[in-house]
Design a protein around this ligand. Structure first.
Ligand code: URA
Length: 231
């Protein structure tokens, strides 16, 4: 709900008065002054007017999972195990996946019960960098980095991918940073330059970095700093 609506729905504050209070910097969202009445605020955020609580934050779950190969990024599937099978049942309900990984792909997967928050991870216009370690079937050709930097034309969507950065790590190994999360994007980019991805591991999404202490198949809650890095 818009912040101005949250304010005016409570305590009989009029729309006009809500705007005055916002402009005066008297409204805080999760402890930080917010002056934008048009900002969408989920039920997981605390809203205060001066010190008074206007909206109590519902408890939300924000998790990072080290996804192993073989699990689908889906909530349920009749054939394959899904990433939800790795999450304890009490937490699993209502979780959204913030940026899917293919069944064979591994690494950083973000899950949250705050749908608004997890959508920001994948919205193309937000352009959060996603960093992957890639190995390929054939040596990576010298022009691949330039082709990816120019953007690859995707016929199906009729669009060019945003400039991506390829850092070569070995003859058939690279670190690739992309700024969208289109369907099979990394595989399709390599396919377009005549190569094939044989393994794909996500290391990072924005400031969310896969915790090196997290074994494959395990998850941990995000820290407050990690959660607010996606705002
Ligand atoms: N791009 C892909 O092709 N697969 C993934 O799992 C993630 C990005």
């Amino acid at each position: 709900m818009k912040l101005s609506r949250i304010l005016s729905n409570q305590n009989g504050i009029s729309r006009r008065r809500a705007n005055v209070l916002l402009a005066a910097g008297r409204v805080c969202v999760d402890g930080e002054v917010c002056k934008e009445g048009s900002r969408d605020i989920s039920r997981f955020r605390e809203v205060r007017l001066d010190q008074e609580i206007i909206q109590q934050a519902d408890p939300a779950h924000y998790l990072m999972l080290n996804k192993p190969a073989g699990y689908l990024s889906a909530t349920r599937d009749p054939i394959h195990p899904t990433v939800m099978d790795l999450i304890e049942p009490a937490v699993r309900n209502h979780l959204h996946i913030g940026g899917r990984l293919d069944r064979a792909s591994t690494g950083l997967l973000i899950l949250s019960s705050d749908g608004l928050w997890s959508r920001r991870l994948t919205e193309p216009r937000v352009k959060i960098p996603k960093v992957y370690r890639v190995t390929t079937a054939y040596p990576i050709s010298p022009d691949t980095a330039d082709r990816f930097a120019e953007g690859i034309w995707f016929d199906y969507e009729q669009l060019r991918t945003s400039p991506a950065r390829l850092e070569q790590m070995g003859p058939a190994e690279a670190r690739l940073t992309i700024y969208e999360g289109r369907y099979h994007q990394v595989k399709r980019m390599f396919h377009a330059v005549g190569n094939r991805v044989t393994s794909l591991h996500r290391e990072r999404m924005g400031d969310l970095v896969l915790d090196p202490d997290l074994p494959a198949g395990k998850y941990r809650p995000l820290t407050a700093a990690e959660i607010s890095s996606i705002d």
